[in-house]
Every structure is written in C-alpha cells, then in structure tokens.
Design a protein around this ligand. Structure first.
Ligand code: NAD
Length: 259
C-alpha cells in the first residue's frame, strides 16, 4: 500500500532508539524526509545514517532535549514546517505519589503533556494552511489501564489525551488529524531496563522475568517496534484523513476491556 506521503517532511521526537526510531524508519520507508531529535548524539547519528540508507534523503539529526524550550527551538529550526509531527519523550520514573514533590509533577507534565502541546501549537497552523497534517502522540497503555507505580505517567499522559480529544475535532476539517498511539509492551531499551530491574529485584534470570510479563499478553510475545512504526506510518498516510482523536492501543490484546 502506497501511503501517499512521499516527499512530505516529518519531525520525529525522541527518535534515536525504541518506538520513536521505529516511527522515523517507517516514515522514511514511505519516502518522507525525516528530522529526528534525541539527547545522545552517538545513537542519534547511527539512526540518522540508517534512515538515510532507506533513500528518502534530507535526513536531519538534532541533538537536543525536546522537553526544554531550547530543545524545541532547535528541533523547529531544523524542521520549521513539518507535515507530520510525532511527539515522544522518555517516560517519568516509577514511585509512590506520597514521595512526589510539585517539581516531580511539573517535570512529568512538561515532558509528557506540555511538550507535545507546545510542538502542536508551533506546527498545526502551518499544516492547516497547507491542508495536510498528521500528528501522532506516543502515549502509553497506562492511559487506558493505569499502572499503579507510574502515577506520574498516568496523570500527565491523560492530560495530553484530554487536550487532544478536543483539538483533534477542530483540525480534521482541514485534513489535519491528531491521534495517540498507546504502546503495551515493546522490545526497546527502556523495557529491557525495566524487565532487567525486575529480574534483579526478584533474583531471577532476565528470561524468566520477561516470560512472566509475556504470560499476561494474549499474543504470547513482546511487541516488535517495527509493528509500532508501521501503525504510526499508516496514521500519517494520506488514506488516514478520516481518523482523528483516536487512542490506538497496540498491546497484543493485553487490555481486557470490550472498548
Ligand atoms: P527508549 O528508552 O527505548 O527510547 C527513548 C528514546 O527517546 C531515545 O532515543 C532517547 O534518546 C529519547 N529521549 C528520551 N527523552 C528525551 C528527551 N527529553 N529529549 C529528546 N529525546 C529523548 O524508550 P521507548 O521504549 O521507545 O519509549 C518511548 C515512549 O513510550 C516513552 O515515553 C515510554 O514511557 C513510552 N512507553 C513505552 C512502552 C514500551 O513498551 N516500550 C510502553 C509504554 C509506554
């Protein structure tokens, strides 16, 4: 299926590794010119080189923290008029809400709610003028089924979800859609770190800790980031113009609800 977005420009945040990287690769495979942003230069440049090999050309790598005003300014200077925006950043740490200070909350809100909103604000009017725009926010399955130790994530991402639900209905008339992708368990550095820490805490092998997590997933396996990237590319495609304000759960059936 040709997604009809060859030659478009995308800004993909937090994209040197994991899910952001998978989205950038999938878009580049469709002929999109991709600007990727991440903090660490080494992994960023390795991913940029991989994207460039796909042949779309025009790949730009910006080493910046997307959760800071300076980082967002650098990203937007490199890609001032994106047709596609993929919002992503690292998730907040786990913990008990009794220990979280106002500063901890502001950090989570900045990273997982206000940063995407700022980037939407900076780019959506240009998309509306050009009558094409696709915005995808990487959130979390925690938006549908909260994870108790991730209260900062449950709260901040739900705030973004509520905001997007309203705005997505105002932009779609201009062929600008805004949707959220909710990952369940995907095989990324972050998840390898989380599962590794669980294995250590329980004094069991990494494989045993992973098997215990996978046992809760009807698909019987962890997700491949490439599957996530493919869903993102589809939502960014020309054919997806009638899909907006949606929360797509990609979790191998782990969420048990009917809706
Ligand atoms: P990852 O650690 O594998 O990759 C994160 C990427 O984001 C890296 O490229 C890193 O450099 C970049 N990054 C992080 N913070 C940044 C910042 N402030 N500015 C710029 N770049 C930044 O993580 P992942 O597994 O791909 O997760 C991506 C997002 O999805 C996170 O918010 C995570 O909480 C969420 N999530 C992931 C899963 C999963 O199964 N992988 C599940 C639920 C939610």
């Amino acid at each position: 299926m040709d997604l009809g977005i060859s030659g478009k420009r995308a800004l993909v945040c937090a994209a040197s590794k994991g899910l952001g990287r998978a989205c950038a690769l999938a878009l580049a495979q469709e002929g999109v010119h991709v600007t990727i942003v991440a903090r660490g230069r080494e992994a960023l440049e390795a991913t940029a080189a991989e994207i460039e090999k796909l042949g779309a050309g025009g790949t730009v790598a910006v080493a910046a923290d997307i959760t800071t005003p300076e980082g967002r300014a650098a990203a937007l200077a490199a890609c001032p008029r994106p047709d596609i925006l993929v919002n992503n950043a690292g998730g907040p740490p786990p913990g008990d809400f009794r220990d979280w200070t106002r500063e901890d909350w502001l950090k989570a809100l900045d990273a997982n709610m206000l940063t995407p909103i700022e980037l939407i604000k900076a780019t959506v009017d240009g998309m509306i003028e050009r009558r094409f725009g696709r915005i995808v926010n990487i959130t979390s399955g925690a938006v549908k089924a909260p994870i108790d130790v991730l209260g900062l994530s449950n709260g901040a991402r739900s705030g973004l979800t509520g905001f997007v639900a309203g705005l997505a209905r105002k932009t779609v008339g201009h062929n600008v859609t805004i949707n959220n992708l909710l990952p369940g368990l995907f095989d990324t550095d972050r998840i390898r770190g989380v599962v590794g820490a669980q294995a250590k805490a329980q004094d069991i092998a990494y494989e045993a800790a992973l098997a215990a997590r996978v046992a809760t997933i009807p698909a019987g396996r962890i997700g491949d980031p490439a599957e996530f990237g493919a869903a993102c590319a589809f939502l960014c495609g020309a054919q997806a113009g009638y899909i907006t304000g949606q929360n797509w759960l990609l979790d191998g059936g782990a969420y048990p609800g009917t809706f």
